[in-house]
Design a protein around this ligand. Structure first.
Ligand code: G2I
Length: 313
């Protein structure tokens, strides 16, 4: 079977993509697979605020454009990630007086969305705004603007580009629970008020053997609200070292995640958070865990790869 994951997904009306980051692009073995196997790309870091507006009113899209240009040259669509997030935020934003932060947030969104207008399929407008218990994360935006900042962010993004799909994106919202319930209620109220939201990104940073049993039901309840769903940052980590049994469990899990997306027509695509263990974010944040991606660190396809391909078939 020589079809790529991107082609197999395309045949099902979906995309299958990968995140990538600028420091990886000189690795030609890496970019060969990145450019051929996937139909969609997400910049892993360089569309974030610290890169794109490093000081107030000074915008820099050089690094982000390197990735967008590469994706376009390979015929791949691009998801924008991310406009408003508490992390990778330059320190000057923390010092903006409360009365000015809404304007600063709108300016950032307007400038970046306008800059990439016509070149992206989705924007992650707001990222990770909820705590595990469903309460609002006390980010600088929450503290200085208040609950309305999320709706204001979506309105600013829509005003800047009427066509790009606007997503709320978060982790640990793949299964039904307090956090996904809070996002669900927010989307429901946005829809009722006419606040523009097109999709929910479930990041899907998962653990082998622990795919939430309610994943499919949860995707469907969001779709039933009238929004698309994307699995935006999929990886499935394990305790190192790899064994054949752990690889088999991980493969089963990847297959189950792909199938859960395919049964809901509004689940529009899946992105792995980079594709090779060589460049995964996992080991640096979860010491002793890793091997979370479908290709190993030497670019060999793992059982997970074959399970994804089989599920997409
Ligand atoms: O943490 C995993 C992901 C969770 N959801 C949102 C994503 O945006 C997030 O991605 C990760 C990137 O994969 C990492 O590469 O976000 C991290 C930051 O929270 C990224 O890590 C940072 C490192 O912490 C920095 O030391 C490093 O300089 O990447 C930077 C490179 O730009």
């Amino acid at each position: 079977d020589t079809a790529t994951l991107g082609e197999l997904a395309e045949a099902k009306g979906r995309y299958f993509g990968s995140a990538t980051d600028n420091p990886e692009l000189p690795d030609t073995q890496y970019t060969q697979i990145l450019g051929s196997e996937f139909s969609q790309i997400t910049p892993e870091n360089t569309m974030k605020w610290q890169y794109t507006e490093p000081s107030r009113g000074r915008f820099d899209y050089t690094a982000a454009e390197e990735i967008v240009d590469l994706a376009e040259s390979n015929g791949q669509s691009v998801r924008g990630h991310t406009l408003v997030w508490h992390n990778q935020l330059p320190s000057w934003v923390d010092d903006v007086p409360a009365g000015e932060l809404l304007g600063v947030m709108r300016d950032h969104i307007t400038h970046e969305v306008d800059h990439f207008k016509g070149r992206l399929i989705h924007w992650d407008v707001v990222n990770e705004a909820f705590e595990e218990d469903g309460s609002r994360r006390q980010s600088v935006f929450q503290q200085k603007i208040g609950d309305s900042y999320i709706a204001e962010a979506f309105k600013a993004a829509r005003a800047a580009d009427p066509d790009v799909k606007l997503y709320y994106n978060d982790y640990n919202i793949e299964g039904i629970g307090p956090k996904s319930d809070a996002v669900y209620e927010m989307v429901k109220s946005f829809k009722a008020q006419g606040i523009p939201i097109d999709g929910v990104g479930m990041q899907a940073h998962l653990i082998a053997g622990q795919v939430p049993a309610s994943l499919q039901e949860n995707i469907r309840r969001f779709a039933d609200l009238g929004v698309d769903v994307a699995l935006t940052e999929l990886d499935i980590r394990m305790t190192l070292p790899r064994t054949a049994a752990k690889d088999a469990q991980q493969a089963t899990d990847y297959g189950a995640v792909v199938e859960a997306c395919l049964v809901v027509s509004r689940c529009v695509g899946i992105t792995v958070w980079d594709y090779t263990d060589k460049y995964s974010w996992v080991p640096s944040v979860f010491p002793g865990q890793g091997a979370a991606l479908p290709w190993d660190e030497d670019f060999a396809k793992k059982p997970a790869y074959h399970a994804i391909a089989a599920a997409l078939n």
